[in-house]
Design a protein around this ligand. Structure first.
Ligand code: SF4
Ligand code: SF4
Length: 181
């Protein structure tokens, strides 16, 4: 899923990906990841996936295979992991009973836990922590709401969201990412 090619003396070479043999066990031990082991790579999930239909870079079958092979870094660092629309078509069609969407969610959760999160989602996370909304609402829009008789929006996140973020460690995750930038 990621481009592992490097340049050497003007020639593009494919570098071997690191293998973590424990990775599949980590996935299997997480809620939603248990059915990873049943996949026999038939490709049905990819053939029925609406996202795979519009881009060659997204393949749920490949994501599952990477996990089975222990290619953790290659899988978790891939931005395409985040393209899933959570429609569950793959889960409905899998002949092996693999909970494909749930397994993909486990990959995403592990990606966040291990510091792989696309910049766009970092920004969304920061906005939610700071204001309680996925994107910043400008002062202009706030003013327009009032002009149209709509109630004003809070400029701080609701208390329960703050509590949830602290309990799940989301605060720390976002703070660590800011430090790295
Ligand atoms: S449909 Fe199920 S068995 Fe087939 S490749 Fe996808 S996850 Fe594996
Ligand atoms: S849940 Fe995600 S991977 Fe599965 S079919 Fe829908 S978009 Fe594709």
């Amino acid at each position: 899923m990621t481009d592992n090619a490097v340049e050497s003396e003007g020639v593009k070479l494919q570098t071997p990906s690191r293998v973590n043999p424990e990775f599949k066990h980590e996935v299997l031990s997480m809620p939603g990841g248990e059915t990873l082991k049943y996949c026999f790579q038939c490709g049905t999930c990819t053939s029925c996936c609406p996202i795979a239909d519009i881009t060659d870079s997204y393949r749920p079958r490949t994501a599952i295979r990477l996990a089975q092979l222990g290619l953790e870094e290659r899988l978790l660092s891939s931005d395409t992991l985040w393209l899933c629309a959570a429609c569950y078509t793959c889960t409905d069609h899998c002949p092996q009973g693999v909970e494909v969407k749930d397994v993909l969610r486990v990959f995403q959760n592990l990606a966040v836990k291990k510091g792989y999160i696309p910049r766009v989602y970092r920004e969304v996370g920061k906005n939610i922590l700071n204001a309680g909304y996925a994107y910043k609402i400008s002062k202009f829009k706030m003013k327009k709401r009032i002009e149209k008789g709509l109630p004003p929006l809070s400029e701080t996140p609701p208390a329960h969201m703050e509590k949830l973020a602290k309990a799940t460690g989301f605060h720390e995750t976002i703070a660590e990412m800011e430090d790295e930038e």
